[in-house]
Write a protein that binds this ligand. Structure first.
Ligand code: AHG
Ligand code: MN
Ligand code: MN
Length: 345
């Protein structure tokens, strides 16, 4: 793809691979790149611009729909992405981690007579936000579905509750030692690095694939004793094979490192929290789509997460994602443990 070096050039060049493509998805993806640049600027200067720490509302700490404390940058990233996405004519609805219901996007009041756009965007505007105050990487995760309901009416919950295999695009932004945008529209995974001196994302990681040899396992070690049966045994197995442990507390950063170095990420269900912590629509599904495109696999305990039908906008799910061999190996451990537990009962 000679000449297709910037994100925008690449997205448009890739559009030609799809028969009948209208350019609508390309426009949406480049708008996400624009919002990422805006958030990147704030993340990079957070210590200077007074936007570290908790967001306050009505005199107290503000909480999102999950009951989690919001950081100032959670709120800024949510405002920025939803504002940019709302102005994109191709977007008909948004589900954000930070907002309780569907954000309906009606374009007819802009005199354009088009009603609601055809793409549904699910977004975690700032992933790993507790890392911001300690200057460790954070990210943004997004997934894009084509709506099922007619464009003339507001989107329905069912437009968002589609399996990850039906995503038309997914990706993430990693605000790390450099800022990267990684995305897929189904023909492989490509990574772009932001050049702050020019203000553009440039293709730096074409056709990303999990390395055959896995070096890393990523899990919150404190959760292992209460995790579902099989996890502790699998982690012992990883250690005995010489894999090393890495866990940043930001899913995007852990996934990205494992994609480059080879490995597996785990956030299992536990005794008190059978569904774990991570959210299906805007954390698990986009990464499952990317992992599948990069020679990986993703499971939620006993199922291939790619084909699971979600049942709620803010549903949580256990998440195991990484190179297909590691994910399958873990699945064997979980299955054996479940059978053993069944026999014991
Ligand atoms: P968010 O900041 O969007 O709420 O996501 C935090 C998530 C995820 O990024 C990370 O992998 C996980 O929480 C870490 O959880 P623990 O602190 O329980 O390990
Ligand atoms: Mn998150
Ligand atoms: Mn978040």
């Amino acid at each position: 793809m000679i000449g297709a070096n910037t994100l925008q050039e690449f997205v448009v060049a890739r559009q030609a691979d799809f028969a009948g493509a209208t350019g609508d998805l390309s426009r949406l993806l480049t708008d996400i790149g624009t919002a990422a640049k805006m958030v990147n600027r704030h993340v990079n200067s957070a210590g200077l611009s007074g936007i570290l720490g908790m967001h306050k509302a009505n005199g107290g700490a503000s909480r999102n729909v999950q009951g989690e404390d919001q950081q100032k940058l959670d709120v800024y990233a949510d405002d920025t992405f939803t504002r940019v996405l709302r102005s994109c004519l191709k977007v008909g609805g948004i589900v954000s981690e930070e907002q309780p219901g569907i954000i309906h996007v009606d374009h007819s009041d802009r005199g354009l007579g088009k009603g609601y756009g055809k793409y549904m965007v699910c977004i975690d505007p700032l992933d790993g936000s507790s890392n911001v105050d300690v200057n460790i990487s954070v990210g943004t995760i997004f997934g894009i579905h084509r709506r099922l309901s007619p464009l003339t009416q507001p989107a329905e919950v069912e437009d968002f509750l589609q399996p990850a295999s039906e995503l038309v695009a997914a990706g993430y932004v990693l605000y790390g030692s450099s800022t990267m945008l990684v995305y897929s529209t189904g023909g492989g995974v490509n990574g772009f690095t932001f050049d702050p001196s020019i203000g553009e994302f440039f293709l730096s990681h074409p056709n990303m694939q999990f390395p055959e040899h896995s070096r890393v396992y990523s899990i919150n070690d404190a959760n292992i004793p209460t995790a579902v049966p099989g996890i502790a045994q699998y982690v012992d197995d990883c250690r005995s094979r010489g894999l090393t442990a890495r866990y940043t507390g930001a899913l995007v950063a852990d996934f990205h490192r494992n994609l480059i170095q080879g490995g597996i990420y785990m956030y299992p269900g536990s005794v008190g929290k059978p569904a774990g912590k991570l959210r299906m629509l805007y954390e698990a599904q986009p990464l499952a789509f990317l992992a599948h495109q990069a020679g990986g696999a993703t499971r939620c305990h006993h199922h291939d997460l790619l084909h699971v039908d979600p049942n709620a906008l803010h549903q949580r799910t256990p998440l195991f994602t990484g190179h297909v061999d590691e994910v399958n190996r873990l699945a064997d451990f979980l299955q054996r443990a479940a059978i053993a537990a069944g026999e014991a009962n």
